[in-house]
Write a protein that binds this ligand. Structure first.
Ligand code: AMP
Length: 187
C-alpha cells in the first residue's frame, strides 16, 4: 500500500508517517529528512541546497525528483511507500504519477492533514525547541507557509477528486488523527 501524507509544514505528516511505517511495515519517504541528511553529511547536494532550505525555499525539482526516483524503484520499498513532504507542487505530483506508473505502482490513499496558520506557527515554535531545526525560526516558518499556499495547496485540486482522497482535521490530537487514518485504511 502506497500512501501520501499531504499538508502544510507542521501539520503532523512526519509524526503520522513514522506511525504508519511501524504499523504497515513501510518506508517513510520524507524528502525534508533526506535533504537535511545531505546537509549534515556535507555532500555536494547538501552544499547546493543549504541556502534554500535555511531560507524556507523549495529545493530544485531536479534534485528532489532524482532522490525520489531511487526510492520508488527500490524493490524492497515497492508498495510500501509513505510519502511525507512530496509532492509539493503540481509538477512534482505529475512526476510522481509517471514514476509510479513506470514502476507499476499507484497511490492507495492520500491523507490531507488540514491545519490553520496559527496552529502551525505555535507547533513549529515548539518543534524548534525540541528538534533545533534551522528552518524553524518564525521568519522561515512564515516563508514556508507562503510557499505552501502558493505552490503546494493547488495540488489539492489535482488530488481531491480521487476516491482515495481523505481530508482530516490536523488540529486534533495525534492519536485522534491516527485513529481517523486507521479507519480509512481498515487496519
Ligand atoms: P519538510 O521537512 O518537509 O518541512 O521540508 C523542509 C524543507 O526541505 C522545505 O522547506 C524545502 O526547502 C525542502 N523540501 C522538502 N521536500 C521538498 C520537495 N518535495 N520539494 C522541494 N523542496 C523540498
Amino acid at each position: 500500500m502506497n500512501i501520501i501524507l499531504f499538508g502544510p509544514p507542521g501539520a503532523g505528516k512526519g509524526t503520522q508517517a513514522k506511525y504508519l511505517v511501524k504499523k504497515l511495515n513501510g518506508y517513510q519517504i520524507s524528502t525534508g529528512d533526506i535533504l537535511r541528511e545531505e546537509i549534515k553529511k556535507n555532500t555536494d547536494i547538501g552544499k547546493k541546497i543549504i541556502n534554500n532550505m535555511n531560507d524556507g525555499k523549495f529545493v530544485s525539482d531536479h534534485i528532489v525528483n532524482s532522490i525520489l526516483k531511487s526510492h520508488i524503484f527500490d524493490h524492497n520499498k515497492k508498495e510500501k511507500l509513505i510519502f511525507d513532504g512530496y509532492p509539493r507542487s503540481l509538477s512534482q505530483a505529475k512526476n510522481l504519477d509517471l514514476l509510479l506508473n513506470d514502476s507499476n505502482q499507484k497511490i492507495d490513499h492520500i491523507f490531507f492533514l488540514n491545519v490553520n496558520k496559527e496552529t502551525i506557527v505555535e507547533r513549529i515554535k515548539k518543534r524548534k525547541i525540541l528538534e533545533k531545526r534551522s528552518d524553524d525560526d518564525l521568519d522561515t516558518i512564515l516563508k514556508r507557509y507562503d510557499a505552501y499556499i502558493e505552490t503546494t495547496r493547488p495540488v489539492l485540486d489535482y488530488y481531491s477528486k480521487n476516491l482515495n482522497f481523505h481530508e482530516i482535521d490536523g488540529s486534533m490530537e495525534i492519536h485522534e488523527i491516527t485513529s481517523k487514518i486507521e479507519a480509512f485504511l481498515n487496519v
